[in-house]
Design a protein around this ligand. Sequence first.
Ligand code: S3P
Length: 175
Amino acid sequence: MQKNIILIGYMGSGKTSVAEKLSKETGIQWYDLDAMIVQKEKRSISDIIRTNGEIYFRKLERATLTALLNKNETCLLSLGGGTPCYGDNLELIHKSGAITIYLKANIDTLTERLFREKSHRPLIAHLQDKAELSDFIRKHLFERGFYYNQANIKITTDNKSPEEIANEILKALLY
Ligand code: S3P
């Protein structure tokens, strides 16, 4: 059975930068789910959600995830923050035999990172200040934690570089 390695975690937890490092270090082919959707739709995730709504985006996300899991190669996937939390996506992922890795970041780290980048993130772009963003993240993470915490491997990422996180993942995968 193929053993894909799948990175999950909240927006801003570093999935994309860690996946890039891991792919460079291991030579394993890396796919980023959001990037694939953007490529296929020829528009940004913000545009897709703004124009067609979140449900439309979640359907695209599911279809792209299914196509990636059906690929006949071992690969590294970085998912969108919401991907494992919708429908039976997480069940589908685990049934495929993939190993899931949760990149865990605390609310302060996420607030700092996401405040700088919120304009590109359709779910949080409307939030005015750090206090509002932090409240949103706290509630959202509480709901999503149920899914994230089912990951096979959990890595705390606060104050760590993508290299350090990638190395911790490699060690965890060897044991
Ligand atoms: C989302 C996270 C985003 C993107 C979309 C929805 C979410 O991906 O898929 O904006 O529901 O958390 P990142 O986690 O890569 O920012």
